[in-house]
Structure formats: structure tokens, C-alpha cells
Design a protein around this ligand. Structure first.
Ligand SMILES: Cc1cc2nc3c(=O)[nH]c(=O)nc-3n(C[C@H](O)[C@H](O)[C@H](O)COP(=O)(O)OP(=O)(O)OC[C@H]3O[C@@H](n4cnc5c(N)ncnc54)[C@H](O)[C@@H]3O)c2cc1C
Length: 385
């Protein structure tokens, strides 16, 4: 198979847009189809760890992304018990270079705007409000038909269409997300002056991140252990969250004093496990479509960005489609699985005893274990990709 000249990216999210930028830097052209009719990005905010910033640096976007986020001071990150007492305050590795923070917190909309500006500057065509209806790989090319009635042939089709990927179901069969036993509660609220670090607080069967953002906002990211995937009415979320987290102290009461200013989001945590290879012929899945993970390590976007940068690098250095996909799989599989498994295990370890409503304290031995684990993970994430 010759190098890909015609590349279709299905999904204009974090993976899809990073891939488009990375391909453009390699001098390769592509187009994106995105099912959403507009760019109103749900999901509040996120952290971008050092390896995500490193991938963004590789496509020339680290500076713009850091400028759009909250970078914090010397020790921007602390993990505490329910009452705000420090459990660990790890050294976070700078994986990007002098002048960059080790990690940032950023509104999803702001990250999206950085990526979209770069995609538009690279003149990548984006067709909104449509998706693929059928995908037929003939061996020498892929024929795709779209929901707007068009059809076109490509050298490579990339499914970057998230956890409920249409490309995955068209090409890989019926592989459904698995409920992981947790739920996420999220809101952007006004930031009280007491919040000036990224703070993750662990309690019984629940935890919450309180992350400063650019401007005067704070991102509240709660996790509860759940028996099933039941959802709650949106209008009840602020009240329910305050009830579930009433035993928490530290900065949380100040933040939740304005919980009613929501809006709040509630999603159950799901994972995708797909046996390798994550490609068939000339169709490949990346990001959440291939390996959605629980967000306890805040690594999903980082993995999606890395997937994209590695794939574009291989396609841009003269590899045939077949050779590029084979090597890409080798470089991505173990790392993405390490994140998926490690992130889930961290969730289990830090969310035991969900029935208790009492403040939670941690023995020193626990701090030692999790600090060691944090540094092992950081070293792994800092490895070259
Ligand atoms: C609660 C929560 C918190 C998280 N926090 C972090 C964090 O702090 N740090 C971090 O690195 N990661 C985090 N993640 C993970 C991260 O959000 C995902 O891993 C990342 O968004 C994956 O990017 P993606 O492009 O693969 O998928 P998505 O971001 O889901 O993008 C998929 C895109 O495809 C589009 N699409 C969907 N279906 C179709 C279709 N049929 N046709 C065309 N387009 C389609 C969608 O509209 C979307 O634009 C978190 C995840 C969750 C759930």
C-alpha cells in the first residue's frame, strides 16, 4: 500500500483535530466529518498532563494551549483527604521544556478553540452535521458514503469519533462501552479566593477535584461509586452533589456555596476494550473509539493526542498505510492499555467503602504507596512515544 494521499477523519474532537494538525505539519492532506452541527463543546474542563502538552508542542500548539488554560505556581497539585489535609503533594514532571508548566487545567471549549484555529489555518475541510453511513474497504482504497448522500474514496479512514464510534460499529462489529462502576459530576462555578491550586480530595467511595481555571472560574469534578448506570434529572444534580459531598471540608464548602450557579453534568464512567489490532485494512480507530478509559489518571485526551501525533509521523515519513498502521499499533497498544488499567485500578483503590458518610483519613503508609505509584506513572508517561 502506498502512502496515504486521501485521508478521511471521522470525528472532529480532540483526536480528530490533533490528527488533522499533525498531518498538515507532515504535508499530508485530510478532511474531517463531524456529526455535531456546531462547536458547542460539552464536558466543562479537564487537565492536560505533561505528555499531552508534549504532543501539542509537537504540532506547534503548546504555547497557545497553555495560554488558554490555568498553569498554577511551583507546586500546583495536591491530593488531600476529605478535610483538606495533604495526602500527597507530588513533584510533577515537566515533559515539555523550560518555561512550560508540568500540567494545566483548561476549559474544554478553550482547548477546542485552539485546535480548531489550527485546523482552519491548515485549511483542512470540515463538514459539519454529517457522518459516515457505510464503509467499504476494497483493499486498494476505502469507499465511504455519507449521511448527506455523497460518497468518496480514500486511502485511509480514521475513526476518531469517540466512545460510541460509528466507524467502530461499521467495521469492527458490535463493541459496546462497559460501565465501570463510577460516575462523574462536573460544573464550572465562580472561583473563591481560597482556590489557588489543583486539589483532588479523596473520601469514602467519592472524590472531587477542585481546579482553578483561567478567568475567575473553578472546575468541580466529582466522582461517586455507583451500582448501576442510573441517571438523575439535571435540575437535581447540584442538590444531590452537595448532599453526597457534605462531609468534605477544605476548599469545597466555599466552592459549593455557589453550586446552584451550575449547570451540572452527570455521566457514568465507561470504558472501551478492543482486541488489537485497532485497524482493519485501511480503517483505523484512535482515541476513545479504540481505548476509552476511566479518567482517574486524566490521560484520555493525552492518549488521543499521542495516537494522532504518532500516526501522522509514520504516514509523513513515507511508510505505506499497512506499514504505518502496523508500527502505530505496536507503539500505542501497551501504553494505552497501561493507562486504561492503571486508571481503573486507581479509581478502585481510592473509592472504597462508599456507604460511609464520615470524613476519611489516610495512614502515612497509604500516602507513601500512592506517591510512589504517582511517580512511577509520571516516569512512564514521560517516556518517548
Ligand atoms: C468526566 C471525564 C473527565 C475527563 N478528564 C480528562 C482529563 O482531565 N484529561 C484528559 O487527558 N482526558 C480526560 N478525559 C478523557 C477525554 O475527554 C477523552 O479521552 C478525549 O475526549 C478523547 O478524545 P476523542 O477525540 O477520541 O473523543 P471525543 O473527544 O469524544 O471526540 C469525538 C468527536 O467525534 C464526534 N463524533 C461522534 N460520533 C460521530 C460520528 N458518527 N460521525 C462524526 N463525528 C462523530 C463527536 O461529536 C466529537 O467531536 C475525561 C473524560 C471524562 C468522561
Amino acid at each position: 500500500m502506498a502512502t496515504a494521499q486521501r485521508i478521511l477523519i471521522v470525528g472532529g474532537g480532540i483526536a480528530g483535530q490533533t490528527l488533522a494538525c499533525a498531518l498538515a505539519r507532515q504535508g499530508l492532506t485530510c478532511e474531517i466529518v463531524e456529526i455535531r452541527p456546531d462547536w458547542q463543546i460539552a464536558g466543562a474542563a479537564m487537565t492536560l498532563q505533561g505528555n499531552a502538552l508534549r504532543a501539542l508542542r509537537d504540532i506547534g500548539l503548546a504555547e497557545a494551549t497553555v495560554a488558554a488554560g490555568w498553569r498554577g505556581g511551583v507546586r500546583p497539585l495536591v491530593f488531600t483527604d476529605t478535610l483538606g489535609q495533604t495526602v500527597m503533594e507530588p513533584d510533577v514532571l515537566n515533559m515539555v521544556g523550560p518555561g512550560y508548566p508540568p500540567q494545566i487545567a483548561i476549559r474544554r471549549q478553550a482547548l477546542h478553540e485552539v485546535l480548531l484555529r489550527a485546523v482552519q489555518a491548515a485549511r483542512v475541510p470540515i463538514r459539519m452535521g454529517i457522518t459516515v453511513k457505510s464503509i467499504n474497504d476494497t483493499g486498494s482504497e476505502v469507499q465511504a458514503t455519507f449521511t448527506d448522500g455523497r460518497s468518496q474514496n480514500y486511502d485511509l479512514v480514521v475513526g476518531a469519533d469517540g466512545i460510541r464510534s460509528t466507524v467502530r460499529s461499521l467495521v469492527f462489529g458490535d463493541i459496546q462501552p462497559r460501565f465501570a462502576g463510577f460516575a462523574n459530576w462536573r460544573a464550572l462555578l465562580p472561583r473563591p479566593p481560597s482556590v489557588n491550586r489543583m486539589m483532588w480530595m479523596w473520601g469514602h467511595g467519592r472524590s472531587v477535584g477542585v481546579l482553578p481555571l483561567d478567568g475567575d472560574q473553578v472546575f468541580v469534578a466529582g466522582v461517586t461509586k455507583e451500582k448501576d448506570a442510573t441517571r438523575y434529572p439535571p435540575e437535581d444534580l447540584a442538590r444531590l452533589f452537595c448532599e453526597k459531598f457534605k462531609s468534605f471540608g477544605g476548599a469545597l464548602p466555599d466552592v459549593l456555596a455557589r453550586a446552584g450557579e451550575g449547570p451540572w453534568l452527570y455521566t457514568v464512567m465507561e470504558e472501551i476494550t478492543l482486541d488489537p489490532p485497532w485497524y482493519k485494512g485501511r480503517v483505523v480507530l484512535l482515541g476513545d473509539a479504540a481505548h476509552a478509559a476511566c479518567p482517574f489518571w486524566a490521560q484520555g485526551a493525552a492518549m488521543a493526542m499521542e495516537d494522532s501525533v504518532v500516526l501522522a509521523g509514520l504516514l509523513g515519513t513515507g511508510h505505506s498505510v499497512a506499514a504505518a498502521l502496523a508500527e502505530w499499533m505496536q507503539r500505542r497498544h501497551a501504553r494505552c492499555l497501561y493507562v486504561q488499567k492503571g486508571s481503573y485500578d486507581t479509581g478502585v483503590l481510592t473509592h472504597i467503602d462508599p456507604e460511609s458518610d464520615q470524613p476519611k483519613r489516610f495512614p502515612a503508609a497509604f500516602s507513601e504507596i500512592v506517591t510512589k505509584q504517582f511517580h512511577v506513572r509520571e516516569a512512564k508517561m514521560a517516556e518517548p512515544i
